[in-house]
Write a protein that binds this ligand. Structure first.
Ligand code: GUN
Ligand code: ZN
Length: 431
């Protein structure tokens, strides 16, 4: 039997950076989903309901139904490392983050954390996440298992480090051989799981030897269905250190370029300090970039140049970057994304913001045929946002003159507490 979900629908029909009228809001809306969790149609409830008198109805009243959020960058072994004091990127990594990641050597601890991590994402309305995994194979297996149990769409891979440097605990280092064997085991696991994907994950230029980078390039070539994710151009001292280390490279991008790591399936996190030359080459290679607003603010990394990325035609996703990010909610990160662009003279409207967290993220991750909007044929990945959970929020929305105004307020004022339910492929994934 099919199901019809009732509520106020909001989603993007197109890319608002390219076309006007891309945002669609339907008051008294209906989302019609088949028994396999695929969207059959959507529209006004008065139009949809008479077409399927036998459907099961789930009535969310005037709650908003919004496509599942797509978190393009988050670290699983930093689940317990949010809000850790430690200065800017390189100091913070050594002082607070790498020690926290060693705890995932314990498979029992890692398995428990994996379940909590996925549960927390779903509670925030996130239905797709691109994840930097642990350095420990059993921990990563637990992550994929937790994702499979919960139904979330997951792209993840082991976070690779083999360059011993001051402050990196030895236990976090792998050999390229070991890393390759672990990756191949998980790549095989993903083959039979439509919602699970493997991402080859060299942590960043300073963490990987030439041999590790070459191994990553070979994996990417041998397994074209995989993704590659890494960090780039996040922090000024990081860029200077990278250029001191890779003397033959004129910029950070050239490090990855020289190893053949830039493809249409590469997702580069941050890219705040990029030159125009680097942006042109990122665009030419077809890579996507993931902007992580609350992380950039927390670490004081800088203001992401969104307009320059868009002007170069680079697909941009949004990420929470837990533990540098201060919220698991990508929705909350949208408010920071707005403020970061405000500081650069760009006032993003609600269509552009919602696009980045949904359809734009899906496009950046090549998942737009499966998720990111309510287009018929896609999976029913969505969440219900009930603004009545907060008296103030309901009062504030009541003063708005349009639904678009209400949605803009919600982007800034709603939190995960207002997420009433999250669905992936039509199945409720939250209690
Ligand atoms: N660069 C290398 N590792 C990391 C990490 O764990 N977090 C962030 N934000 N940047 C990094
Ligand atoms: Zn990161």
């Amino acid at each position: 039997m099919s199901t019809i979900y009732l509520g106020t629908l909001a989603h993007l029909k197109a890319n608002p950076f390219e076309s006007a009228g891309a945002l669609e809001i339907i008051e008294s809306g209906a989302l019609w989903v088949d028994e396999k969790g695929m969207i059959i149609d959507y529209g006004k409830r008065a139009d949809i309901l008479p077409r399927v008198p036998e459907a099961w109805i789930e009535d969310y009243d005037d709650a908003w139904l919004i496509p599942g959020l797509i978190d393009g960058h988050i670290h699983y072994p930093q689940y317990y490392a949010t809000a850790a004091y430690g200065g800017q990127l390189l100091d913070w990594l050594v002082r607070s983050i790498l020690p926290a990641e060693t705890a995932f050597a314990d498979p029992v601890f890692a398995e428990d954390a994996a379940r909590r991590f996925i549960k927390q994402l779903l509670a925030c309305g996130t239905t797709t996440a691109m994840v930097f995994g642990s350095q420990f194979s059993l921990a990563n297996k637990a992550l994929f298992n937790a994702a499979k149990e919960s139904g979330i769409r997951l792209i993840a891979g082991a976070t690779l480090m083999d360059s011993p440097a001051e402050g990196i605990p030895d236990i976090l280092l792998q050999t390229p051989r070991q890393a390759q064997d672990d990756a191949e085991m998980l790549i095989k696991l993903c083959r039979n799981e439509p919602l699970l994907h493997y991402a080859i994950t060299p942590r960043y230029a300073l963490s990987c030897s030439v041999e590790m980078m070459r191994m990553c390039a070979d994996l990417l070539k041998n397994h074209p269905e995989t993704y590659l994710q890494t960090h780039i151009n996040e922090n000024r001292s990081e860029v200077e250190t990278v250029l001191r280390h890779f003397k033959h490279c004129t910029d950070y991008l050239e490090v990855y370029e020289s190893f053949g790591l830039l493809t249409g399936r590469t997702v580069l996190a941050h890219n705040i300090q990029a030159s125009d030359g680097e942006l042109a080459r990122v665009a030419h290679a077809g890579c996507a970039v993931c902007h992580c607003p609350s992380s950039n603010l927390f670490l004081g990394s800088g203001l992401f140049p969104l307009a320059r990325h868009v002007n170069h035609g680079i697909p941009v996703a949004l990420g929470t970057d837990i533990g540098a990010g201060t919220s698991f909610s990508l929705w909350k990160n949208l408010s920071d994304a707005y403020k970061i662009q405000q500081l650069q003279g760009l006032s993003l409207d609600v269509a552009h913001l919602l696009y980045l967290a949904t359809l734009g993220g899906a496009k950046a991750l090549h998942l737009e045929s499966e998720t990111g909007s309510f287009a018929p044929g896609k999976s029913a990945d969505f969440f219900a946002l009930d603004f009545h959970q907060s008296d103030y929020l309901a009062e504030r929305l009541h003063q708005c003159n349009s639904l678009e105004e209400q949605l803009f307020c919600l982007l800034h004022l709603a939190t995960e507490r207002e997420v009433e339910a999250t669905f992936v492929s039509g199945s409720r994934a939250t209690p």
